[in-house]
Design a protein around this ligand. Sequence first.
Ligand code: PMP
Length: 394
Amino acid sequence: MFSNLKEQPADKILALMQLFKDDPRPQKIDLGVGVYKNAEGITPVMRAVKAAEKQLWETQETKSYVGLAGDPAFADAMISLVLGDMVARENVAAAATPGGTGACRQAFEMIRMANPDARVFVSNPTWPNHLSILSFMKMPVVEYRYFDSNTGGVDFDGMLADLAQAKPGDLVLLHGCCHNPTGANLNLIQWQMVVDSLLKTGATPMIDIAYQGFGDGLEDDAAATRLVASSVPECLIAASCSKNFGVYRERTGILMAVAQDSSLRGLTQGTLNYLNRQNYSFPPDHGARVVTMILQDPELRADWAAELEQVRLSMLGLREQLAGELQRLSGSDRFAFLAQHRGMFSRLGTTSEMVDRLREDHAIYMVGDSRLNIAGLNKDSVPVLAQAIIDCGI
Ligand code: PMP
């Protein structure tokens, strides 16, 4: 039986992690995997998470099941964090999921239940897991233009032209902030134009928001999601707590279905509960409970927001240092986009041959599409990376 199975492609980023581990060169720099690292190269447990976990350990009296959609308090706290007061609570159905990935998967499942012929419009490029899950589910994918490697910014005209091809019953997947893998984002005027396009075509948007607080701050990073959710008749939002709460392995995320017609809420909530039941029954609770405790307690929340802000500013500082160093070495502004990008990632926009050279000649590891994790740098390694980029003639 098992011999009938086909070999599956290895995850490229995980394979890169292994290569890095096996590299004996002491000066090696890992800009591959998508986790936040501080200047010492550590992915720390956030202070507020530690404090909430301690409190939880002391007070939790049962680990009995919660509910198919998770704890309603988690949904309330996350809806408020992501949507603020832009959308009435009765317009939102929500279910906790195992991470943002689980939310994406459930979102695709829900769309397929609503329309078995739905096409999913995705940015070119997008987070590879979107493509992998959609291909596994055999859902048709249509790419829309997004990254312009000449400018390091968004090919907005191309994007709008491609989104105009969407139809009612299609899903348009958008990154709420801090686009992965490029780091290039729309401004709010452009977001309004995307909303206008969605209203015109009648396609349904899905926002994947995995980095709220990593770009321009907790509120600014949610602005596009709030604009879309308050403007279109229906949308889906997949939110991850992995990065902004640093609870990667706890698998903490949520899927929200927003409908202006609040009479649909029973149907959407029932569908989200049903999908959780079919796929894994009750969603993980530990991370969600910790997140809820932090968001509900003013002191913990303030401390979490302060630590997150420090994380955000440290990445911005590294971006500015890198762009400045490259400007000095190249005598040009062609790397200025690195300071304009937001979030943990930037796409350099170079070839996979150059990425190989950076790895082979300089022990600098980045993903083959030239995505680099800014948080993999520190102030001492920025000049090393800048020099290597110049030495490779990028
Ligand atoms: N969407 C995007 C765009 C991401 O980059 C990530 C994290 N790599 C996720 C969703 C979900 O991550 P997780 O399942 O770990 O919460």
